[in-house]
Structures are given as structure tokens and as C-alpha cells.
Design a protein around this ligand. Structure first.
Ligand SMILES: [Zn+2]
Length: 84
């Protein structure tokens, strides 16, 4: 699996924590620290549309141009969390 979060699409090497944490404290190779902590999703009730909106806001706040942020979030429905 490529090294990007299967919930939001962020490259895990851009994650300041290098990934979310499993229940046993190990680092997840599947989800980032913004999506996953202690073996559970931080936003377990998000629909894919809500995750796209959430990421769009986060990316815009970090200075990504709106069109880039929009393109980036279009890939989210193809990720493992949403296709399982
Ligand atoms: Zn994520």
C-alpha cells in the first residue's frame, strides 16, 4: 500500500507524527494522526462528503490554493476507508 492515509489521502511522510496510533501504541501504516488515534477513527461518524469538506477546510487553512485543495479531495472516495 502506498504511504498515504487511507481516510483523508494525506501522505504519511507529511504527517508530523508519521501516522496514527494503534490501540497498542504502535504507529499505523494505514491512517494519519489526524484521522486515527489509539486504534479508532477520530471522526467515526464522518461520511465521505463530510471528510472531503473537512479536508478542504484544513488544506485551505494551510494555504493550499482552492483549486488544488478541491482536486486533492476528489480522490478521497477511492481510499480504503471508503471503499471497504
Ligand atoms: Zn488521514
Amino acid at each position: 500500500m502506498g504511504a498515504k492515509c487511507q481516510s483523508c489521502g494525506m501522505p504519511l511522510n507529511k504527517d508530523p507524527s508519521k501516522g496514527g496510533t494503534e490501540a497498542d501504541g504502535s504507529i499505523s501504516q494505514t491512517y494519519c494522526s489526524f484521522c486515527y488515534r489509539d486504534g479508532a477513527f477520530i471522526h467515526p461518524d464522518f461520511t465521505v462528503a463530510e471528510m472531503q469538506e473537512h479536508c478542504l477546510v484544513q488544506l485551505r487553512e494551510r494555504g493550499m490554493p482552492a483549486i488544488m485543495a478541491w482536486v486533492f479531495t476528489r480522490g478521497i472516495p477511492k481510499l480504503g476507508r471508503w471503499t471497504a
